[in-house]
Ligand binder design. Structure first.
Ligand code: S3P
Length: 449
């Protein structure tokens, strides 16, 4: 799994309408942060609804290596006995973050202002991804990074013995970079300030406040300014992890493109920094109702009732990209089943995810008989309407869970089956994907060799 194990070829075929209730797992972003902030707190943090995907399990292992006591008490129920801000011990071995960019970047942030050294690595996908975007601001605190050319893993980070606070404007819209700086700022004296031109997911800010940090947020003409007072004592908390809207995206989009489908996806986050996909789908003509809006685990959530819809292509506003950045692959699938063009601009960040997602989607869609156009920052999909996608191809997933799930969803609505060369990375974020989709009536299977 996650690029270390054997490939699992999978195939999806069109068939029955999707029906039933899709209970998607806990939010990946919030799960990482719950373990990390628990490890930086004093006392015992109890987490419920934790996503037990490989990415999060790798972060749990890393927190143990830095000295926290992390124990699984039952399905999704974990406890973390933290070491306090500045209390991290030096790990005895290399930290392997598997497939997880969020894991490695956040963990680098929270050790960068302690006088310890750690070496990080990951799978073949993670070892290709740029770490300079976090090591550059961490150097301002006084940390030193030694990695491979291009700022790639494996990389050794020497934490600052006498950290200084930092004022940093993120050069790319990235919650991982913002969060790495804020987590580093925890153990620097004085005030650390991060400015982001476009708001990205705000789980770190929400959770830092929940754990007792002093954090102020101002919306200014130049962007969102976040001010953190350093060296707080974080207090252990109970964290109820809400369901992951990025995982919900797969059954939601599947129901929209498989004729006669009608499903319910309960408790999907409507956090405005995460819900861009749902806004976009509604603009495309999706029949989605947002039922029983409420708060769960500090996040606004709703139950989504989703029915098959005849969709039309739209221009997705580039300003919405940060709020749906992980959802473009599955949006490209939906776009292939809509009438007309769907234009996705301002999406260059997709090129540095678990794979180059613009390239992976463009090549896979073409193989399935869909016309696409792309440039560095843009993906345009020429939709073939409901039931119009030929399929009949094998798509390469490039150790990327979201590429694998996206093409399997497309296979449920194409004329001929669609195969993916390797579905094993799905376990990084959505281990129950196959079972959940089967429960809705989807025909997704492993290919026997
Ligand atoms: C995440 C931030 C996003 C997102 C990733 C999770 C996070 O990455 O793509 O899946 O939890 O902070 P970037 O910060 O690179 O945009």
């Amino acid at each position: 799994m996650s690029g270390h194990g054997e490939a699992i070829a999978m195939v999806a075929r069109s068939g029955a309408a999707l029906r039933g209730v899709a209970e998607v797992p806990g939010d990946k972003s919030i799960s990482h942060r719950a373990l990390i902030l628990g490890a930086l707190s004093v006392g015992e943090t109890r987490v419920s609804g934790l996503l037990e995907g490989q990415d999060v399990l790798d972060t749990a292992r890393a927190m143990r290596a830095f000295g926290a006591e992390v124990v699984r008490q039952g399905p999704g129920a974990w406890s973390v006995r933290g070491v306090g801000v500045g209390g991290f011990a030096e790990p005895a071995d290399v930290i392997d973050c598997g497939n997880s960019g969020t894991g490695v970047r956040l963990i680098m942030g929270c050790m960068a202002t302690s006088p310890i050294t750690a070496t990080f690595t990951g799978d073949a996908s993670l070892r290709k991804r740029p770490m300079g975007r976090v090591t550059a601001p961490l150097a301002l605190f006084g940390a030193e990074a030694h990695g491979r050319r291009g700022g790639r893993l494996p990389m050794t980070l020497v934490g600052a013995a006498d950290p200084v606070p930092v004022r940093y404007t993120t050069p790319v819209p990235s919650a991982q970079v913002k969060s790495a700086v804020l987590l580093a700022g925890l153990n620097a004296p004085g005030e650390t300030v991060v400015i982001e031109r476009e708001p990205t997911r705000d789980h770190t800010e929400r959770m830092l406040r929940g754990f007792g940090a002093q954090l102020e947020i101002e919306d200014l003409p130049e962007g969102r300014l976040i001010r953190l007072r350093g060296q707080p004592e974080l207090r252990a908390q109970s964290v109820a992890v809400p369901r992951d809207p990025s995982s919900a995206a797969f059954p939601v989009c599947a129901a929209l493109i498989v004729p006669k489908s009608d499903i319910l996806v309960p408790g999907v986050s409507q956090n405005p920094t995460r819900n861009g996909l749902f806004t976009t789908l509604v603009e495309m003509g999706a029949d989605i109702s947002f039922e029983t809006p409420r708060e769960e685990g500090g996040e606004p959530v709703a139950d989504l009732r989703v029915r098959f819809s005849n969709l039309r292509g739209i221009e997705v506003p580039p300003g919405r990209a940060a709020s749906m950045i992980d959802e473009y692959p599955v949006l490209a699938v939906v776009a292939a089943c809509a009438e007309g063009r769907t234009v996705m601009r301002g999406v260059r960040e997709l090129r540095v995810k678990e794979s180059d997602r613009i390239d992976a989607m463009a090549r896979g869609l073409e193989a399935c008989g869909v016309r696409v156009e792309e440039d560095e920052d843009t993906l345009i999909v020429h939709g073939l309407g409901a039931g119009g996608v030929p399929g009949g191809a094998t798509c390469a997933t490039h150790i990327d869970h979201r590429i694998a799930m996206s093409f399997l969803v497309l296979g449920l609505a194409s004329k001929l089956p669609i195969r993916v060369d390797d579905g094993s990375p799905i376990a990084t974020s959505f281990p129950a994907f196959e079972a959940l989709m089967a429960g809705l009536g989807a025909d997704i299977a492993r290919v026997q060799r």
